[in-house]
Ligand binder design. Structure first.
Ligand code: MTE
Ligand code: MO
Length: 480
């Protein structure tokens, strides 16, 4: 076709690096050898090598704006073949999924995700992509943490059930249109971070039970929805003093379930109704309907609070005296001291994790990468985030493993000091040490309560590997 030889997808897939005989990619039925292009475009353009051995299309979704035209022109000159019509058709379909599989209806995902578990799907964006995306994480790069198959919800039939327990108990149902029209709409930019973010630093100390998250189990985006406070008030809760009528917790239940349970959790009632807490029942993420993986059509967004309470595919909101009895509230997402093991852990004695401790990570440069000793400095970039609305007031960085420190430049979030939900991106330039052969980068952040991060993971190690927030370290080779 088009006068080029037919090359199979399988053959293309073998060409992922110069060593493997070249870097090949496909685009719109054409096969291209981009080995030379990558070699001559270090930096930004080399991101394209993430598509090595496969289709370029998903790459455009991310980089369309600033790279597509430029690269398409060059690509024309690099064509070496065409895909067969069958291979093109296969590229377009996902038909190889088994229909008995409870995960068969899970949505398509970004091919660049680092997949920590395929079923249920758990994946984080590669650090350099999280960084390139900037302050707002695009929907298709946003980390995914699912415990069960993704429910398939018909938005027209969808009803949110709000149950109020106690005297005059009642249940009020809201359609999506009710939520959108009965209450003022609010936009909130917040980070959501999994309790297991950066778990790998704990796993490196001693194995834990949990998925192997690196530093990408966090994302930051803008949510549109209505205040949980307004909906609870409409459903009959005294939102100015819920405790006086016996309401101490607000529970959330998701539509994702298996034979025995649904996903659920709860937050303290005071948090749910705080007029400055910005807790949302959200229906949009970055200006679009929430994607299926992130809770379509409605999810709870609880700023400043651990990811686990931000319940997706919201089925029920229950204002109650009791905390949620759900497994993920009672038997998971709790902390223990580092000497507690599975035999001695008493989950009833540890409170459920809600607000998160201060945390930060270096997203670039990558651990193990190299700098030249002739470079004057290295630019280090990353994020920092605190729980409970506390702003990040400082990020300290070190190039010598923590002996000496400088403060990074923080990108303003434009949120108030004690109502900061978004993450803070930061950047610092550090001089390359001469004659040492290595550069030991470290970062640690300080929040508005002057809380900082612990130096080492060992004293905060715990059986589930949650709340891993020790100094983040990245080692660089300094080359002659
Ligand atoms: N809500 C439901 N219904 N089911 C889930 O599995 N996972 C929770 C939370 N809400 C979960 C859920 C956890 S542990 C996290 S960290 C966040 O959703 C992840 O949200 P995300 O997948 O949109 O990044
Ligand atoms: Mo999580």
């Amino acid at each position: 076709r088009d006068g080029f030889p037919i090359i199979s997808k399988a053959e293309v897939a073998k060409h992922k690096s110069a060593e493997a005989g070249g870097v090949w990619v496909t685009y719109d039925g054409g096969v291209y050898d981009i080995t030379e292009f990558i070699a001559s475009h270090p930096g930004g353009a080399s991101r394209i090598s993430m598509a090595a051995g496969g289709a370029l299309e998903p790459f455009w979704k991310l980089y369309a704006l600033h790279m597509k035209d430029e690269v398409l022109d060059i690509l024309k000159t690099l064509r070496i073949g065409s895909l067969s019509l069958e291979d093109m058709a296969e590229n377009k379909s996902n038909a190889d999924k088994n229909s008995d599989d409870p995960y068969a209806k899970d949505p398509a995902r970004h091919p660049f995700f680092i997949v920590n578990n395929p079923r249920p799907f758990n994946a984080e964006p590669p650090p350099e992509l999280l960084l390139d995306a900037g302050f707002i994480t695009p929907n298709d790069l946003y980390y995914v943490r699912n415990h069960l198959p993704v429910p398939d919800v018909d938005p027209d039939k969808y009803r949110l059930h709000v149950e109020v327990e106690g005297k005059g108990a009642r249940c009020v149902q809201y359609s999506l249109a009710d939520l959108k029209t009965k209450f003022p709409q609010v936009k909130v930019v917040t980070a959501i971070q999994c309790a297991g973010n950066r778990r790998e630093d704990m796993t490196n100390v001693k194995p834990v039970k949990g998925l192997g998250w690196s530093c990408g189990a966090i994302s930051n985006s803008e949510w549109t929805g209505v205040l949980l406070r307004d909906v609870l008030e409409h459903a009959g809760v005294n939102v100015n003093d819920p405790e006086s009528s016996g309401i101490e917790h607000v529970q959330f239940e998701g539509l994702d379930r298996d034979l025995t349970t649904c996903y659920g959790s709860s937050i303290p009632a005071g948090m749910a109704v705080d007029p400055k807490g910005d807790v949302l029942l959200a229906f949009e993420m970055n200006g679009e309907p929430i994607p299926r993986d992130h809770g379509f059509p409605v999810r709870a967004v609880v700023p400043g609070v651990v990811g686990a309470r931000n319940v997706k595919w919201l089925d029920k909101v229950i204002a109650s005296k009791e905390e949620s009895k759900n497994h993920w509230q009672q038997k998971d997402y709790k902390g223990f001291n580092s000497s507690t093991d599975w035999d001695t852990a008493d989950f009833s004695k540890s409170p459920a994790i809600q607000q998160l401790p201060i945390n930060s990570a270096i997203l670039s440069p990558a651990d193990g990468s190299s700098v030249s000793q002739y470079d004057d400095e290295v630019t280090v970039k990353g994020y920092a985030v605190a729980g409970g609305g506390r702003a990040v007031v400082r990020v300290d960085v070190s190039a010598d493993g923590g002996e000496t420190w400088t403060s990074a430049e923080l990108k303003p979030t434009s949120q108030p000091l004690y109502r900061t939900w978004a993450w803070t991106l930061w950047e610092a330039s550090l001089p390359v040490p001469k004659g040492k052969g290595e550069m030991k980068l470290v970062c640690k952040a300080v929040d508005a309560g002057y809380n900082s991060q612990p130096e080492r993971p060992e004293p905060i190690w715990n059986i589930r590997g949650v709340l891993s927030n020790s100094w983040h370290r990245v080692g660089l080779k300094v080359e002659d």
